[in-house]
Ligand binder design. Sequence first.
Ligand SMILES: C[S@@+](CC[C@H](N)C(=O)[O-])C[C@H]1O[C@@H](n2cnc3c(N)ncnc32)[C@H](O)[C@@H]1O
Length: 259
Amino acid sequence: MHSQINFGYGWLWSYGHLALAAVAGAILWLGLARGWRKPWLLLLGALTLWALAAGLIVRFGFDINGRTTLPTERFLASGAGKVLDMGAGTGRSTLMVLEARPQAFVVALDSFSDEYTRHFGNGKAGQPVVDEGRERLLDNLKAAGVEQRASIQPGDMRQMPFEAATFDAIVSAYAIDHLGRIGIRQSLGEAFRVLKPGGQFLLIVIAKDRWLTFTFGPMLMHMRNAGPGFWQNELRAAGFEVVEDGRRPATVFILARKP
Ligand SMILES: C[S@@+](CC[C@H](N)C(=O)[O-])C[C@H]1O[C@@H](n2cnc3c(N)ncnc32)[C@H](O)[C@@H]1O
């Protein structure tokens, strides 16, 4: 019996707004009981309502610690093939592909470096990040019962340890947008190199929309929250054809193809 899936994003991301709503609500209640002046009560009321609404959107709309589904059914529609996940982290995007495409095999690549610990913490003291990263990802694959169809590869997506034309498809979720412009170009160039001709690349990134603005304001400015146009241009510059694009809350996805 395997343990539960745990994608390991810090509790603040999922529950920070709700915790703030609880604190602000408690102070509001105190203020009402003690007859504080109206402007303070209005301010506290507004803060409580915003934090509550934002908390519900983050918890149930973004749900970053929950399983996610493919944003487009056109990705790897054949259902089979060797897929690369660039910046796999604790396996959320790897599981997304493995569960939607039961004939696919996924190579989960991550740098398991500072960028990893920034999202998922330090884990066990004294254990090298790469060992801990492997272990956590493998635990999640086992918990989902898909570990036979995946392998874990430490490596930098800007210079990947694979031969040219190795993969039938590539996915990358919320990873490439953590790089600067040069890193983005390097990793898209690498994606193009390791993909077979005719192969698909599903790019998923954080993007500014009303949900993100309402909940996090100026925080979470990955690549300044560039819109679909920026990513389409970068993909075309790397040699890809854009097949489809779309949105999810706080997210843009683009399905591209190597000619
Ligand atoms: C926000 S997490 C996304 C993880 C996963 N794809 C998901 O959807 O939950 C970003 C991941 O990208 C990885 N990453 C960042 N820069 C990288 C690089 N240059 N090469 C490989 N992985 C990188 C980080 O280690 C981290 O695990």
